[in-house]
Write a protein that binds this ligand. Structure first.
Ligand code: 13P
Length: 351
């Protein structure tokens, strides 16, 4: 099936390219600024996004950027709108459409539902007019083996909301990024095996609801978490084990027609996220997996640049260098061409 949205979805996962997640809400952006002493102002959030989007070779590594409402309305420091800056680099502007998570009524404590469906068709229309080409909605699944979560009720409610959002996007002219995140950071203490099982249940619910609501797989991108043990589990898994488990779950539950898969980083270390993506692609090539597998990282792409920048113009060049390196490493990983040697040599390769 070919359509404008299917072509756009394909372009978002073009070889060697990924999607930059820069859609932190104002609260989250400020939380990241605070420990570095960066003023928590609209101007500094603007300057920070400007720094990210003006990295050299931006359009070589990024097919799109997920923006927050504040950013999609802003101009960069040059006076040009961020939307125009991204378009000029050949990267699509995208927009975060969910309005955050809230306790799921009558569910177990810690179970959340993502909100934002009311009036969504109108918001989609407005963002399309502003130049957005795609959107994102993040569902959050928490695991607690002691209390027995996630329940099927929580998985179903979140899958249904994701599917309603995806259908509204496609009807309104945006490619939906469907993001069911199984949390592994913070207090997450699940074993590797449990993480695998919950990813299976989650994706089963998500694709069942996408099907029920007539969402076109060719016109969407899946943004999953990787199968890793919880950060507080005391367990570790090798790069190969993570890649095997993640690819197995995806091959079992993601239809071949889905345009592409772009992972979130979920609190993994910068280099871990790259190494995992690379190994997933090495295995996917052997298994002849049907979809491109790339990155849509937030923290794992931004962390080094933000830490170096600290809100100071005098640090901008060094921050650009760090971000360029991370973007290049992830670009190589999305092709299965990254290695620890390339990482540490800091080689600026072209490919
Ligand atoms: P992280 O890569 O930091 O997990 O963020 C990706 C994202 O878009 C979260 O919704």
């Amino acid at each position: 099936m070919s359509s404008e949205l299917a072509s756009a979805a394909k372009a978002m996962v073009a070889p060697g390219k990924g999607i930059l997640a820069a859609d932190e809400s104002t609260g989250t952006a400020n939380k990241r600024f605070a420990p570095l002493g960066i003023p928590e102002t609209e101007e500094m959030r603007r300057n920070y996004r400007d720094l990210l989007f003006t990295v050299p070779d931006f359009g070589k590594f990024f097919s799109g950027v997920i923006l927050y409402d504040e950013t999609i309305h802003q101009n960069g420091r040059s006076g040009k709108s961020f939307v125009d800056i991204l378009h000029a680099d050949g990267a699509f502007p995208g927009i975060k459409l969910d309005t955050g998570t809230h306790p799921l009524a009558l569910a177990k404590p810690e179970e959340k539902i993502t909100e934002g469906l009311d009036g969504l068709a109108k918001r989609v229309e407005a963002y399309v007019k502003l130049g957005a080409k795609f959107a994102k909605w993040r569902a959050v699944i928490t695991i607690d083996e002691k209390t027995g979560i996630p329940t099927d009720a929580c998985l179903h409610a979140n899958a249904h909301a994701l599917a309603r959002y995806a259908a509204i996007c496609q009807a309104g002219g945006l490619v939906p990024i469907v993001e069911p995140e199984v949390l592994s950071d913070g207090n997450a203490a699940q074993s590797f095996e449990t993480s695998f099982a919950v990813h299976e249940r989650t994706l089963h619910h998500v694709f069942s609801e996408l099907y029920n609501l007539n969402v076109k797989y060719e016109e969407m991108i899946l943004k999953p978490s990787m199968v890793v043990p919880g950060q507080k589990s005391g367990q570790t898994a090798s790069v190969n084990e993570v890649a095997q488990a993640t690819l197995t779950v995806l091959l079992r539950h993601v239809p071949a027609a889905v345009a592409g898969i772009a992972f979130l980083s979920g609190g993994q270390g910068d280099e871990d996220a790259t190494a995992h993506l690379n190994e997933i692609n090495v295995l996917a090539q052997k298994a002849k997996a049907p979809w491109p597998l790339t990155f849509s990282y937030g923290r794992a792409l931004q962390h080094a640049a933000l830490t170096i920048w600290k809100g100071q113009d005098s640090n901008a060049a060094a921050a650009h260098k760090a971000m360029h390196h991370r973007a290049l490493m992830n670009s190589l990983a999305s092709l299965g061409k990254w290695s620890a040697e390339v990482e540490s040599d800091g080689l600026v390769l072209t490919h």
